[in-house]
Write a protein that binds this ligand. Structure first.
Ligand code: SF4
Length: 95
């Protein structure tokens, strides 16, 4: 599909966690907020970087199976705290 922009709204996120069951690219931090784990970045460092952000935004080119996982994770979120956009056109793909 090309690059996706994934936005996790850390205010909206209620830390319930079904997103993290769908993909190893998302884990909950110590405040039980979802964090998108950018491949190649140190997890603890990333947790610190996003700690005080209202939104975590990541632009990333993923293999198709990982893209599917991220969509499933977004769909699993009961409060729609995970947004997915086409990074090139800006089109909102989910929700
Ligand atoms: S499913 Fe939604 S509310 Fe629950 S941790 Fe994931 S992003 Fe947050």
């Amino acid at each position: 599909m090309g690059k996706l922009k994934i936005v996790i709204d850390r205010i909206k996120c209620e830390g319930i966690g079904p997103c993290a069951e769908e993909t190893d690219l998302i884990e909950l931090d110590k405040r039980h907020k979802a964090v998108f784990l950018e491949p190649g970045k140190d997890k603890e460092q990333l947790f610190k970087e996003v700690e005080n952000l209202k939104k975590q935004e990541v632009v990333i080119d993923l293999p198709i199976d990982k893209e599917d996982e991220v969509f499933r994770a977004a769909e699993a979120c009961p409060v729609d705290a995970i947004y997915i956009y086409d990074a090139e056109t800006g089109e909102q793909l989910y929700p």
